[in-house]
Design a protein around this ligand. Structure first.
Ligand SMILES: Nc1ncnc2c1ncn2[C@@H]1O[C@H](COP(=O)(O)OP(=O)(O)OP(=O)(O)O)[C@@H](O)[C@H]1O
Ligand SMILES: [Mg+2]
Length: 261
């Protein structure tokens, strides 16, 4: 059974999509079977994988509406080694389309139940809000991965997200674990970054990933070429950091007995 990881933070621009695309490519480079689901109406992960979001026939929206089976939506990105369920502006309508619908927070979980054995990792790129889309991701997921920038307001936002995690556990998904906190756009020379980073480790301990992602221009450029950074510039600091991050995730999984049975 594959692991389903929701990549979420209601704060915008913290590196959710960059993490999804590059973690997917890095896990694939380590021979893991990976599916990336773009659950954000912005469709940034889709574009970042070189797919024209406006031109896709079926997207994650159709999965939520239970119109099409997941296997019929999946795009095989042969050159990157992973699969993608694209997302686009259609997803904006999901809230309204599912208003009053039965089991509306379980649509994604149901849609994935047919494919979760085909992959070792299923990553879900969430929009920057705690709406029905993110809720669907958190209900479908086994764990929550939180990318964050080490800046002053980051910790404040985090307490809201931890509250949401507690709520979800208490209601719709008791098994939801915290995968961990990933420090993104990290600049160890900055005093503030170091201070916030220290506070984070003091409070969350082992839940803070050892690997951090540095601020790196190659990571910012790669999406405009429709490429993960590994394909754009594999020797860049960004590419090396995401490979290390994938390695850390795999290592943690291998330590857990029976994690991939
Ligand atoms: N480590 C990094 N170094 C440099 N630029 C980065 C890095 N990570 C992300 N970026 C850039 O920062 C911007 C925001 O990143 P990204 O789109 O991944 O965030 P997000 O959390 O998905 O945003 P949103 O909340 O809008 O979905 C993008 O322009 C991206 O290219
Ligand atoms: Mg994003």
């Amino acid at each position: 059974m594959g692991r389903i990881i929701a990549v979420a933070n209601q704060k915008g621009g913290v590196g959710k999509t960059t993490t999804c695309v590059n973690l997917a490519a890095s896990l694939a480079a380590m021979n893991r079977r990976v599916l990336l689901i773009d659950l954000d109406p912005q469709g940034n992960a889709t574009m970042g994988c070189g797919i024209d979001k406006a031109g896709v026939k079926h997207s994650a929206y159709d999965l939520l509406l239970e119109k099409v089976r997941c296997v019929d939506i999946v795009r095989k990105l042969v050159e990157f080694g992973f699969d993608l369920v694209p997302g686009n502006a259609d997803l904006t309508a999901a809230d309204v389309a599912l208003m009053g619908a039965a089991r509306r927070e379980r649509r994604l979980a149901n849609g994935l139940s047919g494919v979760d054995t085909d992959y070792e990792y299923i990553l879900i790129d969430c929009p920057p809000s705690l709406n029905l889309l993110t809720l669907n991701a958190l209900v479908a997921a086994n764990s929550l991965l939180i990318p964050m920038q080490c800046e002053y307001y980051a910790l404040e936002g985090l307490s809201g997200l931890m509250g949401t995690l507690a709520n979800i556990r208490a209601t719709v998904n008791p098994g939801l674990r915290l995968e961990g906190l990933l420090r993104t756009m990290h600049d160890p020379r900055s005093r503030l970054t170091r201070d916030v980073s220290e506070q984070l480790i003091r409070y969350f301990g082992e839940s803070v990933f050892r690997t951090f992602i540095p601020r790196n221009i190659r990571l910012a450029e790669a999406p405009s070429h429709g490429l993960p950074v590994l394909q754009y510039d594999k020797s860049s600091r960004g590419a090396v950091a995401y490979l290390a991050f994938a390695g850390e995730i795999i290592e943690k999984d291998e330590k857990k007995p029976g994690a991939h049975d």
